[in-house]
Design a binder for this molecule. Structure first.
Ligand code: NDP
Ligand code: OXD
Length: 312
């Protein structure tokens, strides 16, 4: 029996792009691109990124929904999403390596003072700074899942001391691990560069607040690549302006696109990118989702199914 899959994203262009990629990868499947005008198509699976809420009001025969991203916070916030519908998130698919690159860049830029050299270049100043000591830059990674573990490995391979914090402690060679609420204060107290790769859930929203950021070592640096709602923006601004923290590299924001008058744009201690730390890559993503749909059709178990209680 042929499988019918509906593809629905935040824009018709994106939907067309993903629809074409899936059709090409799996010509035996029937892929339908979402459109406002079309009625119910009777799909068994949906492949989505920020889909219209109407999708779940129309398609009542869905057996699973595949998210074209790792974070499912946006999808889970749709009131029309049935509680019983399994959600499958993207696991890596090329994103972990991109995230590792991004974090290594942010860390090395801060630790080696490349921002200062950029400024000196503009002033034609030939002025070397002293060598750094890596032990002065302990890195702490919040979230040690598919992406966090890869980031930890990459940073650790450069010789920085790395610790990871997750809900349940993980065992990773060369990485000091902390688990749960009880482990948080100790984890923050040994960290100077804090990297956030947590999923956004009720337990992690606003976790980057004044209290937690103040626990970092002096001259702390924040790299937020997870979600804007993790960060209490005014708390970060206050800590930067008071000199309690040294800087931040931010990829995600409470409001995206970030409004033009937002203070982050022009803050001298902040560098920013427009939610590109890890871009969903077509080939790896399509292959992963097609493999999982095939597995489900053959009653084989799949990984990456979201726990609706924990929210990730
Ligand atoms: P995973 O689900 O694989 O990992 C999540 C990690 O967070 C796990 O280690 C988990 O702990 C930990 N965690 C969850 N809740 C808590 C909590 N309350 N306290 C402590 N630890 C917690 O996710 P991924 O690594 O695939 O992705 C992480 C996030 O990165 C995504 O949800 C998304 O928001 C963001 N992202 C951002 C992108 C960007 O371009 N900026 C691109 C891709 C992802 P445990 O191991 O115990 O389960
Ligand atoms: C994701 C993202 O969650 O791109 O995959 O933010």
């Amino acid at each position: 029996m042929t499988v019918k899959v509906i593809v629905a994203t935040s824009s018709p262009e994106k939907t067309r792009k993903w629809h074409a990629a899936f059709e090409q990868a799996w010509p035996q499947g029937t892929f339908v691109a979402w459109s406002e005008q079309a009625g119910t198509v009777g799909a068994q699976y949906a492949i989505v990124w920020q889909p219209p809420a109407e999708l779940f009001r129309r398609e009542h025969g869905l057996q699973a929904v595949f998210n074209l991203g790792a974070g499912v916070d946006g999808l889970m916030s749709l009131p029309s999403l049935p509680r019983s519908l399994p959600i499958v998130r993207l696991e890596g698919a090329g994103m972990a390596e991109q995230m590792a690159e991004y974090v290594v860049y942010g860390l090395v830029r801060a630790a080696r003072e490349f921002g200062e050299y950029e400024s000196r270049q503009r002033r034609a100043l030939w002025q070397p700074l002293p060598a750094i000591r890596r032990e002065d830059w302990p890195v702490g990674i919040m979230g040690m899942g598919t992406i966090g573990a890869e980031v930890a490995r990459a940073v650790s391979s450069l010789g920085y001391a790395v610790a990871g914090w997750s809900r349940t402690p993980r065992a990773l060679p060369g990485i000091q691990t902390y688990g749960g609420q009880d482990g948080l204060a100790g984890f923050l107290a040994r960290t100077r560069v804090l990297v956030n790769v947590l999923p956004l859930t009720a337990s992690t929203e606003n976790i980057l607040d004044r209290a937690n950021l103040s626990r970092l070592l002096p001259n702390g640096y924040l790299i937020n690549v997870a979600r804007g709602q993790h960060l209490v923006e005014d708390d970060l601004l206050a800590l930067l302006d008071q000199g309690r923290m040294q800087g931040a590299m931010l990829d995600v924001f409470r409001t995206e696109p970030l409004p033009a008058d937002h203070p982050f744009w022009r803050h001298p201690k902040i560098i920013m990118t427009p939610h590109v730390a890890a871009i969903t890559l077509e080939d790896g993503t399509v292959a992963q989702i097609v493999d999982k749909i095939r597995a489900l059709r053959q009653n084989r178990p799949i990984s990456g199914v979201v726990n609706r209680d924990s929210g990730y």
